[in-house]
Write a protein that binds this ligand. Structure first.
Ligand code: MLT
Length: 280
């Protein structure tokens, strides 16, 4: 399929769905085992375009915009990771997805995955944790987020784009693939300051799941970019070592945004994992 045809196909699969007290935009493609693709901060579902295109040939991909992001409704104040997990649970109900899902979350999407696991374990078939962390924010990091939330409300999301983009991507991506970076910049600038501030406050108060990693009894794949400046390879390796039987994959030529920066390696890793999950 050409890029334009792919774009049309994706748009045709975008739905607006009432999930609890919010209207969420979601891309739903393909059929079979459901894979829930949950984006990072401050982005939206399109960061998964290459995975939606590839994985939906064999499985069902469900890629929502979280509350406050992309085309989803924004509720000002604080959006906790628990609230986002509740939203996703309501979304799956609204989409009538009753089969257990594979939850694939990147960074903030991973923080939501831990909450989803805590509350909705019976809905899960497997986990894919990408470039994320189980630990809570330090007091200093949480304070920095709260200050940033106030500034974003005063002056808009441009400063978040300036602060985040150099950390999201590997130096190689920033240099050689400016169109990927420009695409994400545009998405950040289009995000409502209220949504960004609410998620910053929610991330600042998220729980620490480090001590519960040993209790995870689901097939789990842990993925990290070799140059991830936000969640290091060492930190992600420790997460994978703490989860019984977890698989660990380092994606070359990628920073924090592994699915976008090296979609070929990312898709191969996740496809192999999903094939095993489906078979076992
Ligand atoms: C993300 O990519 O979702 C963010 O880096 C998460 C964070 O700021 O902790």
């Amino acid at each position: 399929m050409t890029d334009a045809a792919n774009d049309r196909q994706r748009k045709a699969n975008l739905l607006s769905v009432r999930a609890g007290d919010v209207e969420l935009r979601v891309s739903q493609c393909g059929s079979g085992m459901p894979i829930l693709l949950v984006h990072g901060f401050p982005l939206e579902h399109s960061m998964w375009n290459a995975q939606i295109e590839h994985l939906s040939e064999r499985w069902q991909t469900i890629a929502p915009d979280l509350r406050g992001f992309g085309g989803s409704q924004c509720t000002p104040g604080v959006t906790t990771m628990e609230q986002m997990a509740d939203d996703l649970n309501a979304l799956l109900d609204a989409l009538q997805v009753s089969e257990p899902i594979v939850f694939c979350g990147l960074s903030m999407g991973g923080y939501v995955a831990f909450q989803f696991l805590r509350k909705y374990r019976s809905r899960l078939r497997a986990l894919v944790l990408c470039d994320t962390r189980a630990a809570a924010d330090s007091a200093e990091a949480a304070e920095g987020r709260l200050k940033l939330a106030d500034r974003v409300l005063e002056t808009g999301t441009e400063q978040v784009a300036e602060a985040m983009l150099p950390k999201l991507f590997a130096a190689e991506t920033l240099q050689k693939h400016p169109s990927i970076v420009a695409f994400e910049r545009q998405k950040i600038l289009a995000t409502s300051p209220e949504g960004v501030a609410a998620a910053l406050r929610g991330m600042a108060q998220r729980l620490d799941f480090t001590s519960t990693l040993g209790e995870i009894d689901l097939p789990t794949l842990v993925i990290v970019g070799e140059h991830d400046a936000i969640t290091s390879v060492d930190e992600m390796r420790s997460v994978s070592q703490a989860i019984p039987n977890a698989e660990f994959v380092v994606i070359p030529h990628a920073g924090h945004m592994t699915p976008l920066e090296n979609p070929t390696a990312f898709n191969e890793a996740i496809e192999q994992f999903l094939t095993r999950v489906e078979r076992d």
